[in-house]
Design a protein around this ligand. Structure first.
Ligand code: MN3
Length: 198
């Protein structure tokens, strides 16, 4: 079934000065839109066309004949998730059950932050950093290119795009500054908490 490009959940200038309107225009209207359109073109009239995109992603991971379809499907899904992981006046710290679980599984919020920064900074080339639930435990992971936690049976709670197109206009080559800003100013902890399985 066709996957729809979701509108950004905030205005293009809403994350300014941390992420500029120019970055969000290119990133959403060009990059994300292209992944969605290429996915829809590629899945149309195939047996996978009646499946939700999450099922397509999981079913064709590691299928060497469907690498292009996988990349566009996963990138379409990853970006929709990423927009929701940020908000104007975001950052700070989670509360409630999510805060308790972070403290239990990482030792402290600061330990989670260190692990998340490390994952983002050490993902060589293009990819994503994630907070996931894996077998009931919170973990920080990183994935290459389009890969995402769904294919490993994990539940994604939070993601950060570390492809250069996510930060180059605003931070140039300073990926660690983008990561620091993402954590301190942008994370939508309410959305992240809503992803925690009951
Ligand atoms: Mn991107």
């Amino acid at each position: 079934m066709a996957y729809e490009l979701p509108p950004l959940p905030y205005d293009y200038n809403a994350l300014d000065p941390y992420i500029s309107a120019k970055t969000l225009e290119f990133h959403h209207d060009k990059h994300h839109a292209a992944y969605v359109s290429k996915y829809n073109d590629a899945v149309k009239d195939t047996p996978l066309d009646d499946k939700p995109i999450e099922e397509v992603i999981k079913s064709i991971f590691n299928d060497a004949s469907k690498t292009g379809l996988f990349n566009n499907a996963a990138q379409a899904w990853n970006h929709s998730f990423y927009w929701n992981c940020m908000k104007p006046n975001g950052g700070g710290q989670p509360s409630g059950a999510l805060a308790d679980k972070i403290n239990a599984d990482f030792g402290s919020f600061d330990a989670f932050v260190s692990a998340f920064k490390e994952a983002g900074a050490t993902q060589f080339g293009s990819g994503w950093a994630w907070l996931v639930v894996d077998g009931g435990t919170l973990k920080v992971t990183k994935t290459l290119n389009a890969e995402n936690p769904l294919v490993f049976g994990q539940t994604p709670l939070l993601t950060m795009d570390v492809w250069e197109h996510a930060y180059y206009l605003d931070f140039q080559n300073k990926r660690p500054d983008y990561i620091d800003t993402f954590i301190k100013q942008l994370i939508n902890w309410d959305f992240v908490a809503q992803q925690l399985p009951a």
